[in-house]
Design a protein around this ligand. Sequence first.
Ligand SMILES: [Cu+2]
Length: 127
Amino acid sequence: MQKITLITTLSVLALAACSPQAPEPAVSAPVAETPAAPAMADMPMAAEPQAAAGPITSMGKITAIDAAVGTVTLDHQAIPEVKWDAMSMGFTTTDPAMLKDLKVGDMVVFDLVSAAEPSKISRIAKQ
Ligand SMILES: [Cu+2]
């Protein structure tokens, strides 16, 4: 008697567990493909302002450098992304280590962290 009850219960549980699963892959697979494309197309659109606010590359010449502190003064060319004319100005760095092989007089290419954080350099390399 107990065995039969147990089997019945298991069958019901198995059915209950299977029935929501069985139709799902069959139905959701084709349905998911269609919304996936617009969803993917939306994501780059939403990310676009961030990409525009990302690193800004420019070039200049090192006029002063303090690798220990992580600051560097650059005579940089105009940077239209942040409406700067060519000028000499000091920058901080995201990592002072990037300055260790550089010296005054080096011509460099560098990335500003973003238009929101333009006086910080995230990359700098000898030209
Ligand atoms: Cu400047």
